[in-house]
Design a protein around this ligand. Sequence first.
Ligand SMILES: Cc1cc2nc3c(=O)[nH]c(=O)nc-3n(C[C@H](O)[C@H](O)[C@H](O)COP(=O)(O)O)c2cc1C
Length: 471
Amino acid sequence: MASLTVRQLDDKLKKLLRLRAARHGRSMEDEVRTILRAAADEPDRATPDAVAAPRPSPLAARQESQPHAASEKKVLLIIGGGIAAYKSLDLIRRLRERGLGLHVAMTDAAQEFITPLSAGAINDARPYTDLFDPVHELSVGHIRLARSVHTVVVAPATADLIAKMANGHADDLASAILLATTANILLAPAMNPHMWANKATRRNMAQLIADGVHVIGPNAGEMAESGEAGVGRMAEPLEIVAAVQALLAPAPGLLAGVRMLVTSGPTHEPIDPVRYIANRSSGKQGHAIAEAAAVCGARVTLVSGPVNVPDPPGVHVIKVETAREMLSAVEQALPADVAVFAAAVADWRTATNSQEKIKKSGKQAPELMLVENPDILSSIAHLTSNRPKLVIGFAAETEHVVEHAEQKLARKNCDWILANDVSPETGIMGGDSNTIHLVTRTGVEHWPPQTKTEVASELVARIAQALRTTR
Ligand SMILES: Cc1cc2nc3c(=O)[nH]c(=O)nc-3n(C[C@H](O)[C@H](O)[C@H](O)COP(=O)(O)O)c2cc1C
């Protein structure tokens, strides 16, 4: 085998190697040995690129790969140098909880308030800090980064960063990315109320809004400086997340041509002509899913029990009362590519349905004999022909939420279960928000609390992603 010495390398490679070796405190020869050893361990990566763009650390390696591959939409968070930077650490966590692929960049001033180590540890990837990074910028990394994301969030957006953006500066990594990106930009300004009210900041903000930049906050309240209050507090992390999600909302056409079946609401099981067994389901979640899917171009059939929410636009709605009617409507609505069973179907009905109103006798209360209703989710998920590609159920639980959902997934043969805790104190039944645990055959994902509309958008995005990978 021919031997190779560092002297034989070309100048550019030698320079790179010198920088890399210095950073790791090794001799150049040792650095070469380390690279070769790593390359031998991973034969597929033993390409010239692996040497030309060495991975400086495991953290940086993860940064260069697709971060958190669960989502296709990437977000870049730029942290500016303000006191509110500490809240950005929570923001990182919240964005990651949504399964978003997240890159983080920090200005020099931001690093006076929080460290790259904290941001990197929470995001599981080293933050970008330097415009003139000798490794990353070999391939003009700041332009690649600016182009690779769907949304850039600046939080906190300092008066200084806002001024630089409004005037097109590009003298550091953050401003260069902001100038180079074609992605949505969302600013979360945070500063002293006098800075926010200053005519220069007003002018800069007016310019940025005219340029199409999105803004969340600032809120009114107490400032970090003692005794100061007014408008200037950064929006709370969850508010920023909601604004990001609105920007990431599924695009029309995402489910074009997909046949989707959704069930929603409760069922009513009659006891006699005036009385029935019911539950507290409002239909808000199922209807929101049907609407979100229709907005994304799916052909949606919604089979709904009795609800007080309006029919979603653009959706074919079939109204039913009982579990048996719901099953029959669902069967008639097949074939479908995706079926989402969000209805709270009554488990039982009375064995007999009195045709006359049952009268009080004054002696003994009537005995109600119950029999089990058909299990719609299980029936459809067990179909051998005509089974939708993706069968999704809901599990409303009051205890051991995830454990019960995992058992339900296996028992009912469905693909995903969206489990939620419907104990009265959660306010989920009939309320506008929901906290979902997505249980699939490969694991569990805990979604943060969000509105039922947000849950619907998230689910529709996941469905689109799953269909793409199975096509
Ligand atoms: C203690 C302290 C707190 C600061 N807080 C803020 C702030 O909340 N908002 C702001 O716009 N600037 C704040 N500044 C000023 C910025 O740090 C300064 O303008 C810096 O250049 C901003 O840099 P960057 O926008 O590149 O991160 C603060 C400065 C100090 C020393």
